[in-house]
Write a protein that binds this ligand. Structure first.
Ligand SMILES: C[S@@+](CC[C@H](N)C(=O)[O-])C[C@H]1O[C@@H](n2cnc3c(N)ncnc32)[C@H](O)[C@@H]1O
Length: 340
């Protein structure tokens, strides 16, 4: 009989809906023991170790000092960590154990928090779990239904607006070579459509808000999303017409649903709630009526199609100064790139 794997000893609450098991080509991972309904909590965890931010070179002494303050039990748990679940790969350096299993808690001044259980979940670009935190406590929940036996994954970075090539580039910088991901493995229909959908989602976000979610990290010209310089400047400086914002929100919901991300933003209210609030901002009674009719449609695609009836209607609360013809150019392009 093979010797027991050290991960088998990692303490996981009995009522946790998942178990740790080998995950083909990804070391070990976490798999659902039962069906988990969308919105259900998956795990709550406190950090085992909190280490002040430091340079990689200095980290060994700093992490070692923090580890030395652990009680016997926690030190033993720390010692069970293995490089990507390989039982033979015990860490030589404390800093490497930390750097493979830490989470950055943005609000905290000490960014390196080691969570033994949450760091056993593998990455996916089409994940089913979201990890949030309340100060230093991590809390994860299912943002879509998860079937018993399915691997539970989360996205290590914000990746909704990135194409597979962009994601690959970023993850490889962290030595993560994504396997078994239907949005990344080239040549399958989901992957090809996924790239177009994510590019469109990014463009729609820019149209709605004037902010390009990728421009923060990349130079504006590296992965341009809007090629028309005048249009780009107009959107960045001015508000778009209300009808267009509404249509863009609905098309974004269609695309997010296809990508499996519709439940992802539930922490800030459901898409339905946000759209209802949006309807309240319309100033023309007739437009409100059309918008309510739009939201009563069964599917996101039907809602989007009905919303297109608002196309070009200037609302009483509209303060858009962006000239019309641009939008006439854009919508057909959007519609051509995506089939429901
Ligand atoms: C935080 S650990 C995740 C748990 C790890 N698999 C284990 O057995 O302990 C991160 C490491 O898991 C591996 N990994 C995570 N997601 C992966 C994926 N989608 N494809 C391939 N490897 C993945 C990478 O080696 C990465 O450095």
């Amino acid at each position: 009989m093979p010797p027991s794997h050290p991960y088998k000893d990692i303490p996981i609450a009995n009522d946790a809906p998942f178990e740790l098991k080998p995950s083909p080509e990804k070391g070990w991972g976490c798999f659902a023991k039962t069906n988990i309904a969308e919105g259900s909590e998956i795990y709550i965890e406190e950090p085992l170790l909190v280490v002040p931010r430091t340079s990689y070179k200095a980290a060994e002494a700093v992490v070692q000092a923090a580890a030395n303050k652990l009680g016997d039990r926690d030190l033993r748990i720390f010692s069970w960590l293995r490089k990507n679940g390989d039982a033979t790969k015990k860490y030589t350096y404390y800093r490497d154990a930390l750097s493979d299993s830490y989470f950055e808690i943005k609000q905290s001044k000490a960014p390196s928090h080691l969570y033994v259980v949450h760091s056993r979940f593998n990455h996916s670009c089409v994940p089913n779990m979201q990890v949030t935190h309340n100060n230093v406590q991590l809390k994860s929940y299912a943002f879509r239904d998860i079937m018993a036996g399915e691997e539970i994954t989360f996205s290590y970075r914000e990746m909704l607006y990135k194409t597979s090539a962009q994601r690959r580039e970023e993850l490889q910088e962290e030595k993560i070579f994504v396997r078994d991901c239907r949005a990344c493995v080239p040549g399958n229909p989901f992957q090809e459509q996924s790239d177009s959908r994510r590019r469109l989602l990014r463009g729609l976000k820019f149209l709605r808000t004037g902010e390009d979610p990728e421009e923060r990290e990349n130079s504006p010209d590296r992965y341009p999303i809007i090629f028309d310089a005048q249009l780009k400047q107009d959107i960045a400086n001015k508000r778009v017409a209300i009808y267009l914002e509404f249509i863009c929100m609905l098309l974004s919901a269609c695309l997010s649903e296809k990508e499996g991300f519709l439940g992802y933003y539930k922490t800030i209210g459901t898409v339905e709630e946000r759209l209802s609030e949006f309807v309240d901002t319309l100033g023309t009674a007739n437009h409100k009526e059309i918008a309510r009719h739009v939201l009563s449609q069964e599917t996101w695609w039907k809602k989007f199609c009905e919303a297109c009836k608002l196309y070009g209607r200037v609302d009483a609360n509209d303060d858009s100064q962006i000239p019309w013809p641009h939008w006439g150019d854009i919508l057909p392009v959007i519609l051509r790139t995506w089939t429901p």
